[in-house]
Write a protein that binds this ligand. Structure first.
Ligand SMILES: NC(=O)c1ccc[n+]([C@@H]2O[C@H](COP(=O)([O-])OP(=O)(O)OC[C@H]3O[C@@H](n4cnc5c(N)ncnc54)[C@H](O)[C@@H]3O)[C@@H](O)[C@H]2O)c1
Length: 341
């Protein structure tokens, strides 16, 4: 058996459901234990998912020698101690993004992960979103030629999510690190590491609410001559989207994580025109903006096969290095080079 525990039952509940979906393909996988400090939520989720091993303290959960792996879906500020404790208890770890909020915590997690023989994966969920996966495949096949410009946005109205005095109101947990990290990670996955960013922030809609700017725009210069843009707003008055556009020398892809199709523009061959004919193709896509099962399956595959994960600790760390550069640039008015780990 491969026994999995989940810590934190907000987003963690969808991870737990994801584990149960994967256990249909791999019957040895078992959603085995759950942990939350909210004991009412813990009991309710345990009953709903049919899990009897319930813990109010994650350290008690980690003492179980039968437990093989944990999914950390607690507030960002807890990721470091939980990751360190879980690796020390010799459990494999799938940790939610953002890896951590400070360089010190990130360095500690990277060190713990790199000195452990257990698998450590950061959950960068956009790498499992069907539209983004298909876009990456098309780009790697050369369908749109060489990349020239990439953009992504994290537009998510936090009016109902944000609460003063909770972990989300920590200034270190600003919108760029907390949610914009999805768009940043997506662009890093598609276009590689930016070597410089320039950013601006504004704080009009949530002026009374958040202790940090609620909307940012950043332009990025990637290695290899690609340029890009990330828009991040946690105060936008619209429905949630991560609309993303990838421009290449021969075509363009427009996609997101909430629509049933993506758009591909390409120039086909034509004897009459030097550039060929512009063709627009609508490609159907599954909507799965939080493909927790796909993410968990990749984690389990790495454990099963010994292949490295796509997002080890350092990969999640470097996404946050770019987010930190965006914040620094917006506060100083200067271009900033990300300090990669
Ligand atoms: N991948 C994504 O798309 C995505 C989306 C939302 C949140 N997240 C990340 O997931 C994590 C959790 O976010 P959320 O939205 O579920 O937050 P949440 O506040 O809705 O839920 C957190 C849960 O953790 C519990 N908790 C708090 N401290 C705990 C502790 N010490 N031990 C055990 N349980 C504890 C809380 O009681 C709560 O049930 C964060 O790191 C967040 O950034 C990721």
């Amino acid at each position: 058996m491969f026994r999995v525990g989940v810590i934190g039952l907000g987003m963690g509940k969808s991870h737990a459901v994801g584990v149960q979906k994967v256990s249909k393909k791999y019957p040895e996988v078992l959603l085995y234990s759950l942990c939350d400090i909210d004991l009412t939520k813990l009991q309710k989720t345990g009953a709903e998912l049919g899990v009897g091993n319930l813990y109010g303290d994650y350290r008690d959960m980690l003492k179980d020698p039968l437990l093989d792996a944990v999914i950390i879906a607690s507030p960002d500020q807890d990721h470091r101690r939980m990751a360190e404790d879980a690796l020390a208890a010799r459990k494999h770890v799938l940790c939610e993004k953002p890896l951590a909020l400070t360089r010190e915590d990130i360095e500690a997690i990277v060190a713990a992960a790199e000195t452990s023989d257990k698998v450590f994966m950061v959950g960068q969920i956009c790498r499992f979103t069907p539209g983004f996966r298909q876009a990456k495949e098309l780009i790697e096949q050369g369908t749109i030629g060489d990349l020239t410009y990439v953009e992504s946005e994290y537009a998510h109205d936090y009016t109902k999510i944000y609460r003063a005095g909770t972990w989300r109101s920590d200034p270190l947990r600003n919108g760029v690190v907390g949610g914009g990290c999805h768009a940043v990670d997506l662009l890093r996955w598609i276009a590689g590491d930016p070597d410089e960013v320039m950013a601006y922030g504004t704080h009009k809609t949530f002026a009374e609410m958040t202790p940090y700017d609620d909307t940012h725009i950043s332009i990025l210069r990637f290695r290899g001559g690609v340029i890009g843009k990330v828009f991040c707003s946690i105060s936008c008055r619209r429905d949630y989207t991560m609309r993303s556009v990838f421009y290449g020398t021969k075509g363009t892809i427009i996609t997101d994580n909430t629509s049933p199709s993506m758009t591909l523009f390409t120039y086909g061959e034509s004897p009459d025109h030097p550039d060929g004919v512009l063709t627009e193709t609508e490609i159907p896509i599954d909507i799965d903006s939080h493909n927790a099962a796909g993410e968990f399956e990749a984690f389990y595959d790495a454990i099963r096969t010994g292949r490295p994960v796509d997002t080890p600790a350092k990969e999640g760390a470097n996404t946050i290095a770019v987010c930190h550069a965006i914040i620094k640039s917006s506060l100083t008015g200067q271009p900033v080079r990300p300090e990669y780990f």
